[in-house]
Each structure stands twice: as C-alpha cells, then as structure tokens.
Ligand binder design. Structure first.
Ligand code: DGP
Length: 142
C-alpha cells in the first residue's frame, strides 16, 4: 500500500514545518491552516483512524497534544483553541492517517473553522435514551 503524506513527512521524505518530534509522533504546521499556529499531531505509524488507534500510542498522542497546545497558548495567547480529530470522509477526514488538529482561535481574526454546535433536534423518549446509553455501555464492559 502506498504511504500516506503524513508517513512521508514523518520519514523526512516530504518537507514540513516540524515543531516537535519523538520516537512515537511528530507535530508540524498544517499546510492549509485555518488560523495562525494551526498544528497537527500525528503518530509515525500509519494508523488510519481512531478505531485503529492502540491505547499506548493514543495516550502518548494526547500527552503531546497537551504539550503543543500549551506552546501555542504561550506563543500567541489565542482566546480559545479547538482540538479536532476527524474520522471518515463524512466527518471531513481527507488524510487517512490519524491526526489531531490544534486550531487556535482569535477573537480579532477571522478563521475558516465554521464550527457549529446544534443540538440533536430529535425528541427521544426516555426509553430510547436508555437504549442508546445501554448500547454503548454494553460494548464497553470488560
Ligand atoms: P483532515 O481533513 O482532518 O484529514 O485534515 C488534513 C489536514 O492535513 C488538512 O488540514 C490539510 C493538511 N495537509 C494536507 N496535506 C498536507 C501536507 O502535505 N503537509 C502538511 N503540513 N499538511 C497537509
């Protein structure tokens, strides 16, 4: 299978503006940033999405996401910062190598984030809500 763009960046075959790297992951500037400081945190291993992510790598990625978020905060003092991770084309994933977006948000600067948070309009009965809750919980029981 051909290597993803991010695997090629991690291997040094494609240039990127790298801000952090270690044995497990790499953090670099998004080539099409939504705002100043938009950074991606990516594992070196070509893991496609959240469903394939092993716990150890996931824990490490979150550690680095936290580190990089604080570096962005210190550098640019954004009013906010969104951490976004897309899975599947329907959820806007375009590079099939898992990555966390760190998108700083500035009050005075327009960004292309276009974030919407609208509540699910469907009025679900209490019974339906319990079914939903149980369907998830049953799959999490060890
Ligand atoms: P997503 O839609 O969540 O799969 O985000 C993929 C991001 O990757 C998108 O914001 C643009 C960025 N991107 C795509 N190609 C390259 C590249 O070659 N270099 C860098 N640095 N970023 C890239």
């Amino acid at each position: 299978m051909s290597k993803t763009i991010f695997e090629q960046i991690a291997e040094g075959d494609i240039p990127a503006n790298i801000v952090y790297e270690d044995d497990v992951c790499i953090a670099f500037m998004d080539a099409f940033p939504l705002s100043k400081g938009h950074t991606l945190v990516v594992p070196r291993k070509p893991i496609e999405n959240i469903y394939d992510l092993d716990e150890e790598t996931g824990a490490h990625l979150i550690k680095v996401v936290t580190k990089v978020a604080n570096a962005i905060k210190d550098a640019f003092s954004p009013e906010g910062l969104n951490v976004v991770q897309n899975n599947g084309a329907f959820a806007s994933q375009s590079v099939y190598h898992i990555h966390f977006h760190l998108i700083p948000r500035y009050k005075e600067e327009y960004d292309g984030f276009g974030y919407k948070w609208e509540q699910d309009e469907k009025k679900r009965s209490d019974e339906e809500k319990t079914e939903i809750e149980n369907a998830i919980r049953d799959r999490l029981d060890a």
